[in-house]
Design a protein around this ligand. Structure first.
Ligand code: FE2
Ligand code: FE2
Length: 393
C-alpha cells in the first residue's frame, strides 16, 4: 500500500483506504478499482492524495489511527454537529469580523445564545454509539498506528482534524497512564477543541486576529449549558497556550509535569490542553490545510522536537514521539546506496523499537517494476534511504 498524489493516480489502481463525499457518505470503498470517472470525482471533491495498493500481493500492513468502521460514523456525526453549531449558535450570536474578543464574548453570553447552546444538547449529541466506537477504535499502544492520517478535503478538514487530534491525544494520555475516564473526557474535549471556529464569520477567519478568537469562543460555548465537564471547555480555551507562556489567549504557562497531581495551578495550562496542543500542531503541520502546503511526518517531527520546552510540553511531546513513526506505512521512499541504490519503493512496516529505520519494500528501478519486490528491514541494515522527493524542496 502506498500514499500517492491524486495527479499520479491511474485507472485500474485499487484504493487501499475508503474515500468519502463531504457529507461523509462513501465515495470509494477500500478495494475499489479507480476509473477515469472516479479519479475525476475525487478531484472534484478536493482530494489531493489517496492510498492505493501496490502491484503484486495486496497485503495491508498498516494499522490506522482509528479503525475505519468507527471513524466514518463519528465523522458523519461531527460534520452534522458542527453544521448545527454554525446554524444555530453562530446565527444567534451574530459575531462580526470586526468584533474583538470582548465583543465576541459578550455576544456568546447573551440569553438567546445560551438558549441555542442548551438546545443543541451537547452531551447527547456527543455521547452515543458513535463516540463509544470511536473511543474504542483508537489504536492501542501495542498496535500503535503505523499509517499516518487519512487523506482529506477542504470540506472534511475540520472533522478530520478533530478526530485525528482526539485520537492522538487519547493515545498520548494512555501512554502517560491516565485513567479511562480521563482519556474519555480528553477525547470529547479534543473533538470539540476548535468548536469556536464554527461560530465565527468566515471573514474573521481569514486573518490571525480573527482566528485567535476561536479558543475563547469555544470556551464561551462549552463552559456552561452544555452539560459537558468544565475541563472540555478548557481544552478549547487553552489548546493554543504554549509551555513557555507565550501562547494565546491568556499566556498561561505549562506545568512542570503532566501527572494528575501536579497539573493544576493558577496561571498554568491544564494537562489535557498540553496534550491536545501537541496532537494539534502535528496534525496542522502535516494535513495541508488550509493553505495547501503539508510537511511530511518526519519533517513535522523534526520541527516539533525543536519546540520541546518552548511551544510544547516536553512530557507530552516525548509520549507523542514514542507513538508516531516519522516514516509511516505507505510512504514512498528512495534507496540511496547499496545493492538497490536508486530504486524506489514504500515503507511497508514499522516497529515500535526501530521507528527511525522502517521496513521497506523495494518495487521499482528507474520507474520499471522489479521482477520481484524486495523486502528490507532497515533496522538490520546500513542502507541509506529518504522519502521520495525529499531532496527536491
Ligand atoms: Fe485551534
Ligand atoms: Fe486544532
Amino acid at each position: 500500500m502506498r500514499r500517492i498524489k491524486l495527479e499520479d493516480a491511474v485507472a485500474g489502481q485499487r484504493v487501499a483506504r475508503a474515500l468519502y463525499y463531504p457529507n461523509g457518505a462513501a465515495m470509494l470503498a477500500s478495494g475499489a478499482a479507480l476509473t477515469p470517472a472516479a479519479i475525476q470525482r475525487l478531484a472534484q471533491a478536493g482530494y489531493r492524495d489517496l492510498y492505493v495498493f501496490d502491484e503484486g500481493p495486496e497485503t495491508d500492513e498498516g494499522r490506522d489511527l482509528v479503525i475505519e468502521a468507527a471513524r466514518a460514523p463519528m465523522g458523519r456525526k461531527l460534520a452534522a454537529f458542527f453544521k448545527s453549531v454554525r446554524d444555530t449558535i453562530g446565527r444567534a450570536a451574530g459575531i462580526e469580523a470586526t468584533d474583538d474578543a470582548a465583543a465576541a464574548g459578550e455576544k456568546l453570553g447573551r440569553p438567546e445564545v445560551r438558549k441555542a447552546v442548551k438546545a443543541l444538547r451537547f452531551v447527547e449529541a456527543m455521547a452515543g454509539p458513535e463516540l463509544d466506537a470511536f473511543f474504542d477504535g483508537i489504536a492501542l499502544e501495542k498496535d500503535a498506528p503505523m499509517v499516518t492520517g487519512m487523506p482529506r478535503t477542504e470540506a472534511s478538514h475540520h472533522v478530520d482534524h478533530a478526530m485525528n487530534v482526539a485520537a492522538r491525544s487519547v493515545m498520548v494520555a494512555r501512554r502517560l497512564g491516565w485513567t479511562p475516564r480521563e482519556c474519555r473526557e480528553l477525547c470529547v474535549g479534543a473533538l470539540l477543541h476548535d468548536v469556536g471556529y464554527h461560530v465565527l464569520p468566515e471573514e474573521a477567519l481569514k486573518a490571525a486576529p480573527g482566528q485567535q478568537l476561536h479558543p475563547a469562543a469555544g470556551y464561551h460555548i462549552l463552559r456552561s449549558d452544555t452539560g459537558l465537564s468544565l475541563l472540555c471547555a478548557h481544552c478549547a480555551y487553552q489548546h493554543h497556550e504554549r509551555f513557555d507562556g507565550r501562547g494565546f489567549p491568556r499566556r498561561l504557562v505549562g506545568m512542570p509535569a503532566l501527572s494528575p497531581r501536579d497539573s493544576v495551578g493558577p496561571g498554568s495550562i491544564h494537562r489535557y490542553a498540553s496534550v491536545i496542543a501537541v496532537a494539534d500542531v502535528f496534525d496542522l503541520l502535516t494535513c495541508g490545510f488550509p493553505d495547501g502546503w503539508a510537511m511530511r511526518d518526519d519533517e513535522a517531527i523534526g520541527l516539533m522536537r525543536k519546540e520541546t520546552g518552548k511551544a510544547l510540553h516536553p512530557d507530552a511531546l516525548r509520549a507523542f514521539l514514542a507513538l508516531t513513526p516519522p516514516y509511516p506505512v505507505g510512504l514512498e521512499i528512495e534507496v540511496l546506496d547499496g545493492e538497490w541504490a536508486g530504486c524506489t519503493g514504500v515503507v511497508s512496516g514499522v516497529t515500535a523499537t526501530g521507528m527511525e529505520r522502517p521496513v521497506i519494500r523495494v518495487l521499482r528501478s528507474g520507474g520499471a517494476p522489479l521482477p520481484k519486490a524486495v523486502e528490507m528491514d532497515l533496522a538490520k541494515s546500513e542502507t541509506g534511504f529518504r522519502p521520495r522527493g525529499a531532496g527536491e524542496r
